[in-house]
Design a binder for this molecule. Structure first.
Ligand code: G3P
Ligand code: CA
Length: 234
């Protein structure tokens, strides 16, 4: 079972910061996961929430702030004073950190609440420029976005993010079309024995921080886990 550092080593470093990704880069793991939004001035920035409130010293929506405003925020202190000065990274900075490594880079296109027209194209432009096509997986809870990526960029691996597995899920994936599923881990546990394994769908489960559940997921044939504590599972 493969290990992905979820938002970097986000259990011990501030999530989605260069500190968290640098720590992940040093571990013998398979990949990282990160979340991308678009700033007001159209820059790709790595942060999980639509709001900056939880993980920075600022307030407001990412989409309403320019990249200069976002970069002025402290994205580390909320996790501990030793991380003061960590910034919200640009996507290009995170990808740069992993240029020349073996890691699979799972970029989650965040458009859970606000759509970001053109964001998928911008991400793809960067991936092509950095020649990372063979190492990226683009995922999203917004399956229309996934469909767009699958149709426009068929050489890129996609994964359908979902909390619940719909009835006739293998057929649902074919309609996107997307070859893999990133599934809330209790759902993965419940449904692997049904159609997922039989259909040969690669299933990666999020977010798994407990060793007991990790073992169960491995037993039922899950392909990978996303964890905030990758160092625990090596
Ligand atoms: O990609 C797996 C996982 O990150 C999806 O949920 O809310 O942590 O982005 P969330
Ligand atoms: Ca995510």
């Amino acid at each position: 079972m493969k290990i992905f550092a979820h938002r970097g080593c986000s259990g011990t470093y501030p999530e989605n910061t260069l500190a968290a990704f640098r720590a992940a880069r040093e571990l013998p793991i398979d990949g990282i996961e990160l979340d991308v939004h678009l700033s007001k001035d159209g820059e790709l920035v790595v942060i999980h929430d639509e709001l900056v409130d939880r993980t920075t010293d600022g307030k407001g929506f990412v989409k309403d702030m320019t990249s200069d405003q976002l970069r002025a925020l402290d994205a580390g202190s909320w996790m501990g004073e030793e991380f003061a000065g960590e910034r919200i990274p640009f996507l290009s900075e995170v990808l740069e950190l992993f240029s020349g490594t073996h890691h699979v880079l799972n970029i989650e296109l965040k458009s859970d609440i606000f759509p970001y027209p053109g964001m998928a194209d911008q991400v793809m432009k960067l991936i092509r420029f950095m020649e990372l096509e063979d190492r990226v997986i683009l995922s999203s809870f917004d399956h229309e976005v996934l469909r767009y990526v699958a149709v426009e960029y068929p050489d890129i691996e996609t994964a359908c993010l979902t909390m619940e597995v719909m009835i006739d899920f293998p057929n649902y994936l074919k309609q996107i079309p997307s070859p893999a599923a990133h599934v809330f881990f209790p759902t993965a546990l419940r449904r692997m024995g049904h159609e997922l394994k039989a259909a040969g769908i690669p299933v990666r489960a999020f977010t798994v921080n407990d060793e007991t559940y990790a073992r169960l997921l491995e037993e039922v044939g899950v392909d990978a886990i996303f964890t905030d504590f990758p160092e625990k599972f090596i």
